[in-house]
Design a protein around this ligand. Structure first.
Ligand code: BGC
Length: 376
């Protein structure tokens, strides 16, 4: 609720912007600048939108994949540092088929078991790209598309129209996702989508956070105020059980170092090669709540995640193995970042008991997540 109010407050301070190519627009205290980031092989220009607030917090978002390419926030001494993994150039992003660094994920984020689901009695088959399952919308998901960006007074609005049948999904889906920077050092991501046929949708952002800007995240103090999570099978598909975290290494209800229990002899940690699971966001009703908090004690940086979504995937970069080179040519090593992906539970289209991810014509998918930064 707190975040929803902050979000509303930002929106009410806005006035109109004169949006054009390569322009700079200043409204309230947020500056939005659009420049060219690169060109796709077919010549399509990909722009980057740089959002800056009065405190010098800077977010860069590119039209390819709607990727959050960098986010600079202050440490406890005021020194700015980039807290997301990513690449330096467009070809580095387009040739990365492994990480999903910073990208908007769709049409269905996370996994769909057996790469198939049935909706209204019709079976839909998706391209399998993860041990026979569909991961993150398949090999040509929304992370691989060029979105159309438009400057907003405090951010950028990105639109992508996914054709009926694209990547196996029914219905033309129009996704409009906006990133907003706030004066309170928050990055708000507002996702909407509409369809012309019944379909399933689950959008998220796949940023890899490293609040120190270097090293691994095993010492980060993590809080996930959730009583339950969704255990998985060998393919990382939820079994359907909502299991209590109590007495397990999945209990992050009190701040705990990410690495404190990651190597424990726990069957679920073994299946995930670390943490790669969905937690059930504790809530008493609809609206935005704190779903996770990360504290990095050397820099003092703190990130809080507020969302109205039912779940959050916590992933410790278990498949980063040094083969992908990120910014500055630096290899992305095991556990060099963590992901906190707000979402519907994985495999919801095959799990009638999970909160539904079905979108119908005339209805609007409308969800907001805020990443809020401070220091301690
Ligand atoms: C998934 C991981 C997967 C990763 C790919 C995460 O959202 O949970 O299993 O390997 O995305 O970057």
């Amino acid at each position: 609720m707190k975040s929803a109010l902050a979000f509303m407050a930002v929106l009410t301070t806005l006035t109109t912007c004169s949006c054009s190519n390569n322009s700079t627009t200043t409204m309230s205290t947020i500056t939005v600048k659009k420049t060219e980031f690169g060109k796709m092989p077919d010549g399509t220009a990909v722009n980057v939108f740089t959002l800056t607030n009065a405190k010098g917090v800077e977010a860069r978002i590119i039209e390819y994949g709607g990727i959050l390419a960098s986010l600079k926030v202050p440490d406890r001494n005021g020194a700015m540092g980039d807290v997301v993994l990513g690449h330096d150039t467009l070809p580095d992003y387009t040739s990365d088929n492994k990480t999903y660094f910073g990208a908007l994920i769709g049409r269905y984020a996370n996994r769909i078991g057996g790469a198939t689901f049935t909706l209204n009695g019709t079976k839909y088959t998706l391209p399998a790209n993860d041990n026979g399952n569909s991961l993150h919308g398949g090999p040509q998901g929304f992370d691989k598309k060029v979105w159309t960006g438009k400057e907003l007074p405090d951010g950028v609005e990105l639109t992508y129209k996914s054709a009926d049948g694209e990547a196996g999904y029914p219905g033309t889906l129009t996704a409009v996702v906006s990133y907003h920077l706030t004066d309170a050092n928050g990055l708000v991501i507002h996702y909407t989508a509409t369809t012309d046929k019944d379909t399933v949708v689950n959008l998220t952002n796949h940023s890899y956070w490293n609040l120190k800007g270097d090293g691994d995240i095993l010492g980060n103090l993590l809080t996930i105020p959730a009583d339950r999570y969704t255990p998985v099978d060998a393919g990382l598909i939820p079994t359907g059980v909502l299991a209590p975290v109590d007495g397990t290494p999945f209990d992050f209800r009190k701040p705990t170092a990410v690495g404190a229990r990651i190597a424990q002899d726990d069957p679920q940690l073994k299946l995930g090669h670390g943490y790669d699971h969905n937690w059930i966001v504790n809530r008493t009703g609809p609206g935005s709540v704190l779903a996770a908090r990360v504290e990095e004690t050397t820099s003092g940086r703190v990130m809080e995640v507020y969302t109205d979504q039912p779940g959050i995937q916590f992933y410790t970069g278990n498949f980063l193995d040094g083969t992908v080179k990120g910014k500055g040519g630096k290899s992305a090593q095991l556990h060099s970042a963590l992901c906190l992906e707000t979402q519907h539970y994985p495999d919801t289209p095959n799990k009638p008991d999970f909160p539904t991810a079905t979108l119908k014509p005339g209805d609007k998918y409308d969800t907001t997540t805020e990443f809020r930064f401070s220091t301690k």
